[in-house]
Design a protein. Structure first.
Length: 285
């Protein structure tokens, strides 16, 4: 079990040093456990890539089975202690958390009075398998099917380019005008521009310059200031558009998939999570 725990920590963090810090042991102990595990199975689980470690193909498959098993053990132990019955840790994309969920939080708590929900904003959208500390995550178009995850769609998603009114006026001739603009993007959702070009049928353009921000909220703020054009979810800018701070020159188009609540299959019977899913479906209708 100690070897498996060391393997899971290194697989998740990609670093023996970080895994050792998390487990509270020295690096040599982690190396020894990994070496013992590889010797036991007779296969290499990691390969070195620069200064970090990368899972081999067999190591990746093993990690995908080991990580959920540790999550299941931790949850069973916590429930035996009575510590998790009324508390949920929910990961939410920061834009969705701020502009859609937080204005509805009082209604959510009123509908689930026995459940305390911790909202964890996610600046980088990752699958639930990468967040053992979370009970569930909300995913948008980034969601990809996974055998150990149950996804419950609850709301459609639309997205499109937005800009400050002065800049939007210079785009009146159509999307070809984007070639002279600054393209604003977010590292938390790096494919939004590619997705929009693909879904809208607009031929991709080469921007005069591109600038990426750590969070989509920052990209929206930069668009509001007139720096450039950003592709964003409609729910994130409805207030800005209503008061004239931003303009969507070509409107919004549907984004495939919409938003979904992602839970582990082992948690499908959880009453708090089932109640959360029901509330999201009703609120997102």
């Amino acid at each position: 079990m100690n070897a498996l725990r060391a393997f899971e920590a290194v697989a998740r963090r990609g670093s023996i040093l970080q895994a050792a810090a998390e487990l509270g042991v020295v690096r040599g102990a982690v190396r020894q456990q990994i070496a013992a595990l590889e010797a036991h199975f007779g296969v290499a689980l990691f390969r070195r890539d620069g200064r970090g470690l990368v899972l081999t193909e067999k190591g990746r498959g093993y990690a995908e089975a080991v990580a959920p098993a540790f999550v299941l053990l931790a949850r069973a132990s916590a429930e035996l202690e009575g510590g998790r019955h009324g508390r949920l840790a929910l990961g939410v994309p920061s834009v969705l958390a701020m502009w859609w969920l937080m204005p509805r939080l009082a209604a959510l708590q009123a509908a689930l009075p026995q459940v305390e929900i911790d909202i964890m904003p996610l600046t980088v959208i990752e699958a639930l398998s990468g967040h053992p500390e979370l009970d569930a995550v909300i995913m948008g178009g980034e969601y990809r099917p996974s055998p150990e995850i149950v996804a419950t769609p609850f709301m459609a998603d639309e997205f499109g380019p937005v800009a400050a009114p002065g800049l939007a006026a210079r785009l009146a001739d159509g999307p070809a005008g984007l070639a002279g603009a600054v393209g604003l993007a977010s590292r938390s959702a790096p494919t939004l521009w590619d997705d929009w070009f693909a879904e809208s049928g607009v031929p991709p353009v080469r921007f005069a310059r591109q600038q990426a921000f750590e969070d989509l909220l920052l990209a929206i703020g930069a668009a509001r200031s007139g720096l450039g054009v950003a592709v964003v979810p409609r729910i994130a800018v409805e207030d800005d558009i209503a008061r004239g701070a931003l303009v969507a020159p070509w409107g919004f188009i549907a984004r495939p998939g919409g938003y979904a609540l992602c839970r582990r299959k082992s948690d499908v019977a959880s009453r708090p999570l089932a109640a959360l899913a029901e509330w999201l479906v009703a609120a997102g209708a």
